[in-house]
Design a protein around this ligand. Structure first.
Ligand code: HEC
Length: 209
């Protein structure tokens, strides 16, 4: 009889302990979401996920491997580069600059600032596919917005070709086949006859495809 009493008291103490401690543990583990409040927990998860993705992008250089193998459907021709230039100057130069170095009041006021295309540093990957991907989808949490609903795929590829020119802009020479005296270091049209200037071979990398 005595033994059972002691046992009962012990069980009561244990149960009491569990009842007092358990709810606190749940509260702590959920970081202030109420027990079973799945909506709250989901929100917290999304929040941390967003922050992680954002900080991944802020951290610096990374790659988007799934886009590296993408094949570029638009060739670098005098006409397509010229089209790329028109599209770029209309949509992108306000931040990235006419000569692609990001040196604009709007571009520098952003955090992170607008990318410099002349420095051969490609934070989001240097392949055709990765550059196309950044232009299409933008960079969430930065001033770089998505262009997939504003520009067609062909237009975006023409811009990819064009912004790749900035790296060698100081070395490249585009020349009119009819008027060799008309030259430019950007894809342009001849001021005398309107023909698209043809790129002269600068070095192996600068060769027209
Ligand atoms: C409102 C300003 C703004 C405009 C307009 C803008 N961008 Fe950007 N762009 C940015 C910012 C800011 C970044 C840097 C994002 C980062 O650091 O992650 C960026 C980054 C990029 C990158 C990534 C470069 C790298 O190093 O990997 C590419 C490519 C790019 N922009 C292309 C374009 C193109 C093409 C257009 C026009 C169709 C355009 N941007 C229009 C602000 C802009």
């Amino acid at each position: 009889m005595k033994k059972t009493k002691i046992l009962l008291v012990m069980i009561a103490c244990l149960a009491g302990g569990i009842f007092i401690l358990l709810p606190q543990r749940i509260l702590l583990a959920n970081n202030s979401c109420g027990e079973g409040d799945t909506a709250c927990m989901q929100k917290m998860h999304e929040h941390t996920h967003d922050e992680m993705e954002h900080s991944e992008h802020m951290k610096g250089m990374h790659q988007h491997k799934e886009f590296q193998g993408m094949k570029k459907p638009v060739r670098k021709t005098p006409k397509s580069l010229y089209d790329g230039r028109q599209l770029y100057e209309k949509n992108c130069a306000s931040c990235h600059g006419k000569i692609g170095n990001g040196d604009t009041p709007a571009g520098k006021a952003l955090n992170p600032p607008a990318a410099d295309f002349t420095d051969n540093v490609w934070k989001h990957g240097r392949t055709d596919g990765e550059i196309f991907h950044v232009i299409s989808e933008g960079v969430p949490g930065t001033g770089m917005t998505a262009w997939k609903n504003t520009l067609t795929e062909e237009e975006r590829w023409k811009i990819v070709n064009y912004i790749q020119c900035f790296q060698e802009m100081d070395k490249a020479i585009y020349q009119c086949p009819m008027h060799p005296e008309v030259k430019s270091n950007l894809p342009d049209r001849c001021t005398k006859c309107g023909m698209f200037l043809k790129k002269q071979r600068t070095d192996d990398r600068g060769q027209m495809e």
